[in-house]
Design a binder for this molecule. Structure first.
Ligand code: SAM
Length: 226
């Protein structure tokens, strides 16, 4: 296949992904569907798995980490209720795919990744694809990124023992934190919304993520809390 044929093939795959995996499961926000149709997910997947880029599941991206299932990326993004003018924090850059979707839907995105090699690869690809509103940081994001707070939306793409207080504190008034909470045997997708000094907590669907590490995460190689 030449490059043009390959791009046309992936575009058809992307359309099928949106129709069969997202629309059919109730993802309805038009801006989000447009972003999922636009972002070339296959570019965020390692070459050896590229042919599987649009399947209905997560894929390995190296360093023992994964790019999340398209439906979960869409669902978590939909729960953030983005309208276009937000400053968003993502904890767990991984491949950079979720960050690209956020970059399509918000004003500015800060994304932080513990593994330097993943962060660097994501940064290079996002630059190549022209995302000037996405800033990739290397480090422990379990306590957030206070220098750019407050955020109107925060998304954590790894499983936390509980919603870290530091992240709740970095939410703007009315801001939303979407985070998988739980351990090795399963987690619940939670949304926390700030109302002054109070937080409203909602629970959505069971999910299965790799562990959040760092200060407010799980201990290295264990799911026990530090
Ligand atoms: N959002 C990613 C994407 O679109 O490809 C998928 C993220 S993957 C499921 C979870 C990521 O969280 C991993 O890359 C992992 O290294 C990262 N991570 C785990 N603990 C972290 C922490 N404390 N700070 C920053 N990143 C962390």
């Amino acid at each position: 296949m030449n490059q043009q044929d390959e791009e046309a093939f992936f575009e058809r795959e992307r359309k099928r992904m949106v129709d069969e995996q997202l629309r059919r499961r109730g993802i309805h926000e038009p801006r989000l569907l447009k972003a999922m149709l636009k972002v070339p997910r296959h570019r965020f997947v390692p070459l050896e798995h590229r042919h599987l880029a649009y399947v209905d599941g997560p894929l390995p991206i190296g360093a023992g980490q994964t790019i999340s299932q398209p439906y979960i990326v869409a669902l978590m993004t939909q729960l953030l209720l983005l309208e276009g003018d937000e400053k968003v924090l993502e904890v767990g850059t991984g491949s950079g795919y979720q960050a690209a979707i956020l970059g399509e839907l918000a004003r500015v995105v800060h994304t932080i990744e513990l593994h330097a090699e993943l962060a660097e690869r994501a940064h290079r690809l996002l630059q190549e694809l022209g995302y000037q509103n996405i800033h990739v940081h290397i480090g422990d994001g379990s306590l957030g990124l206070p220098e750019f707070a407050p955020y109107q939306a925060i998304i954590v793409t790894a499983a936390a023992p509980k919603a870290p207080l530091a992240l709740l504190e970095q939410l703007d008034e009315g801001g939303r934190l979407v985070i998988p909470v739980g351990g090795q045997w399963g987690q619940m997708l939670e949304r926390w919304t700030r109302h002054g000094s109070q937080f409203e907590q909602e629970e959505f669907v069971p999910v299965a993520f790799v562990p959040l590490r760092g200060e407010a995460g799980w201990k290295e190689n264990h799911w026990e809390q530090e």
